[in-house]
Design a protein around this ligand. Structure first.
Ligand SMILES: [Zn+2]
Length: 485
């Protein structure tokens, strides 16, 4: 998604967003015919006040240092505990290790629909304060942007979800389903927070119909519609170590079939190999949507990607494009190479690590056999080195997906909304096996430049986006709570 867009200065972006907002204001009466119960709830809300509160609480939340390791998410759980207690929302802190905790809160609905879970992780990756314009745990506002580690991944969405719960409670939002807020520890390192909940308190989320968390991304790009990506699937890491063994010796006397030589011969065909194309329905839909960004022949090909891929020339071109390869194939990246520690020693063992990512639905054992067939060397061992989780996905054919689309289009009538397959990992994978439909979506629009500050220096979020985001997310949740797409 990110690589599709080019960077535009933030000022231009924000100006453009305002223009779009103006269009929304003009367009709203036209859409009003289909507007309903949830909308009536929205018009009575004093947004100024809630938006001010959102910005202030975002600053406070970013000041809670939850760098992982060690995490110390208990402090963040206490932050939420205070916030939810203040709004009279029942909540529980679940400590599960020293300094570590998950946090759970619930607003009960009338039970006619199954619950919606708002899931976020409280930990952040570490930050080296050296290159930051404002310290990473200061929550300082510089030039209309709030600085802090986690400002985009994902304390922003966590705080917006919490605010939506608070507003729903204060405004007595009628709920046909329970709204569940779940903030977890340790997503950035080992998922021990979600793993603990699923092992010890699965009843908290088991009956949920939908779950909303990170994994979508919305990007502004110059001269193009803003792309709203709704995460519906993730690829699964399946890391493999390739080990070669042979006779060791002195570097002055070469050994033709030494371990390093065997390893290099084994890897030679692997780096040129591309596993076969498999077109997932969500990826097909993605190409169909982004066809709008293309012209001429390419637009027609994207619109009917299944047919276009039957042309070997087109399939080859698309598969060689870094923006699209990972969507169509299991991928293999050679990342680690290890032989001797010393230049004059031929080792008896050498190994390489492959970062393999499988498409949802593909079988790791079948992949291993394909890889074995590609490597036609003796004395080569293949061994999985990551804990493997079966990749899964959620359908786009649901009321909640349509609700997300609808809210986006109300805010941005020119928006391009597309389901996305995430090359990375999100915790949605852990919750889908419970039968919950999980989506990655945040009501935040950023430039490519800003998006790239996640896990990097100067992570920050524009104040405007927080103000706009809290309203948009509340509207979405109000719709889902009323059972309206
Ligand atoms: Zn994250």
């Amino acid at each position: 998604m990110r690589t599709l867009s080019k960077t535009l200065s933030l000022i231009e972006d924000l100006m453009r967003l305002r223009v779009l907002m103006a269009i929304v204001i003009i367009a709203v009466p036209l859409l009003a015919a289909g507007r309903d119960y949830a909308d009536k709830q929205l018009s009575a809300v004093d947004w100024e006040r809630y938006q001010d509160e959102t910005v202030k609480l975002m600053q406070d939340y970013l000041r809670v240092d939850t760098s992982n390791p060690p995490g110390n998410e208990l402090a963040a759980a206490e932050f939420f505990h205070k916030m939810f207690d203040g709004a009279g929302i029942p909540n529980t802190i679940y400590p599960f290790a020293p300094g570590r905790a998950d946090f759970y809160a619930i607003l009960k609905g009338d039970g006619s629909l199954r619950p919606l879970v708002l899931l976020n992780h409280m930990d952040v990756v570490r930050a080296d304060s050296k290159n930051w314009r404002a310290p990473p745990f200061s929550g300082e506002i510089v030039g209309g942007e709030v600085y802090g580690r986690g400002a985009l991944d994902m304390k922003d969405e966590g705080l917006l979800q919490a605010m939506v719960m608070v507003i729903a409670a204060r405004e007595h939002l009628p709920l046909k389903r329970d709204l569940i807020f779940l903030a977890t520890a340790d997503e950035e390192v080992g998922d021990s927070g979600s793993a603990w909940i699923l092992a010890n308190h699965p009843e908290l989320v088991r009956h949920a119909e939908y779950l909303l968390t990170e994994g979508g991304s919305n990007l502004i790009s110059p001269g193009r519609p803003t792309i709203y990506g709704i995460g519906v699937a993730e690829k699964a890491p399946f890391w493999i170590r390739v080990t070669a063994t042979g006779r060791g010796g002195h570097g002055s006397i070469p050994i033709a079939d030494s371990a390093p030589n065997r390893l290099i011969r084994a890897l030679r065909p692997v780096v040129d190999w591309q596993p076969p194309i498999r077109l997932l329905p969500s990826v097909e839909q993605y190409f169909h949507e982004i066809a709008r960004l293309e012209t001429g022949r390419r637009a027609a090909e994207f619109r009917n990607i299944q047919r276009a891929l039957q042309d070997p020339q087109f399939a080859r071109e698309l598969s060689q494009d870094e923006n699209f390869e990972y969507l169509l194939h299991d991928t293999v990246s050679l990342t680690v190479l290890k032989g001797s520690e010393q230049t004059n020693v031929i080792p008896d063992t050498a190994y390489a690590d492959l970062d393999v990512r499988l498409l949802p639905g593909n079988d790791p054992q079948a992949f291993l056999s394909q890889l074995r067939a590609v490597i036609a060397e003796d004395n080569i061992q293949l061994e999985p080195i990551s804990s493997y989780r079966t990749p899964n996905s959620s359908s786009t054919d649901t009321g909640f997906y349509r609700a997300i689309e609808k809210v986006i289009r109300e805010y941005d009538p020119h928006a391009l909304v597309a389901p996305t397959l995430n090359g990375g990992y999100t915790e949605s994978q852990m919750y889908r096996p419970l039968g919950i439909t999980c989506y990655g979506f945040a009501p935040i629009v950023v430039t490519e430049e800003l998006d790239a500050t996640q896990h990097a220096a100067n992570e920050r979020i524009p104040v405007d986006q927080l103000r706009h985001g809290v309203k948009m997310l509340y509207e979405l949740v109000a719709r889902a709570a009323a059972g309206e797409p």
